[in-house]
Design a protein around this ligand. Structure first.
Ligand code: PPS
Length: 288
């Protein structure tokens, strides 16, 4: 394990932490990454899992309010339950049911998650918007000082050279694990479906978590956790917002159309077909 500088295609450096052949964010303390598989798991733990930039903050906010049974306006951040980021003794100290989250593949997480059949909310977002979101996030991280160009970032990101590796490896690993463990309670939510009809997807989440909050509550929650609502509230309350200024950026489906050149798009589509051949995952790249 070591701290490394990973160069994009133009030679601009991104600082990362490398562990067992995989790159991760360059967090100040890295014990939580190295020991993630050792986190003691409780029967009633709930997990939110997805590749970075798939809408984790959004679903985390919605889920914690469903569990609480009321809207929250506090400064609590998703990082408190992020398994590769939060100190593990702090995760141990959380009261049950714990709402944990991670961008790790299931095969690298504590095996007790599967053994104990913990509930997992699994998030998917189309990889073109993920790439754009990730790029803009990297540009804004003050301690990364990354100034690389989009054209030098995109392919390397898609090929898995940066933090958390490749979207394709991640989603294919998750699909394989879901098939291997059909008994595991997994609710798969697509970012695009949530943008299309948030209330419909919230109902699914409410049923899955067993929170049974009722239509009035769910409608108000949609409003409270809309992109605008969340963005404004976080700017007002959050201590982390300054550290992660690019987090609530646009919150739309299809922003990639403004970033991918025709050549980049063609390259991506060919690569996508190759990697996803044989997969029945239905990923939508636009809502129309
Ligand atoms: S992280 O840092 O990997 O955990 O990021 P993550 O939270 O998974 O994803 C960040 C993107 O989600 C968008 N976002 C939202 N979209 C719609 N509605 C709401 N409420 C919302 N909250 C966050 C956020 O803007 C990032 O996407 P982009 O495309 O960059 O805007």
């Amino acid at each position: 394990m070591s701290r490394v500088k990973v160069l994009d295609a133009g030679g601009d450096a991104l600082p990362m932490f490398q562990h067992q052949g995989q790159n991760y964010p360059n967090y100040a303390q890295t014990d939580s990454i190295v020991n993630i598989h050792k986190v003691p798991i409780r029967d009633d733990d709930i997990f939110i899992c997805g590749f970075p930039k798939s809408g984790t903050h959004w679903v985390w906010e919605v889920s914690r309010m469903l569990l609480a049974g009321h809207q929250l306006d506090d400064a609590v951040e998703k990082g408190v339950g992020m398994m590769e980021y939060a100190p593990h003794d702090a995760i141990q100290a959380m009261s049950s049911p714990r709402l944990l989250n991670t961008h790790f593949k299931l095969s690298l997480l504590p095996p007790d998650i599967v053994k104990k059949r913990c509930k997992i909310v699994y998030l998917l977002r189309n990889p073109k918007d993920v790439a754009v979101s990730y790029y803009n996030f990297m540009l804004k991280l003050p301690y990364y000082t990354y100034r690389g160009k989009w054209e030098n970032f995109m392919k390397y990101h898609v090929l898995g050279k940066f933090s958390y590796g490749s979207w394709f490896d991640f989603v294919l690993d998750w699909e394989e694990e879901k098939l291997k463990h059909p008994e595991l309670p997994v609710l798969t939510l697509h970012y695009e479906d949530m943008k299309e009809n948030n209330l419909r997807e919230l109902r699914k989440l409410d049923r899955f978590l067993g929170t049974d909050r009722g239509e009035g509550f769910l409608s108000a929650l949609c409003e409270h956790t809309s992109f605008t609502g969340m963005n404004q509230r976080k700017a007002r309350t959050s201590s982390d917002h300054g550290a992660f200024p690019g987090l609530y950026r646009k919150g739309i489906v299809g922003d990639w159309k403004y970033w991918f050149s025709p050549e980049q798009n063609e390259w991506f589509d060919t690569y996508y077909r190759e990697r996803m051949e044989g997969s029945d995952l239905n990923i939508r790249f636009s809502l129309s």
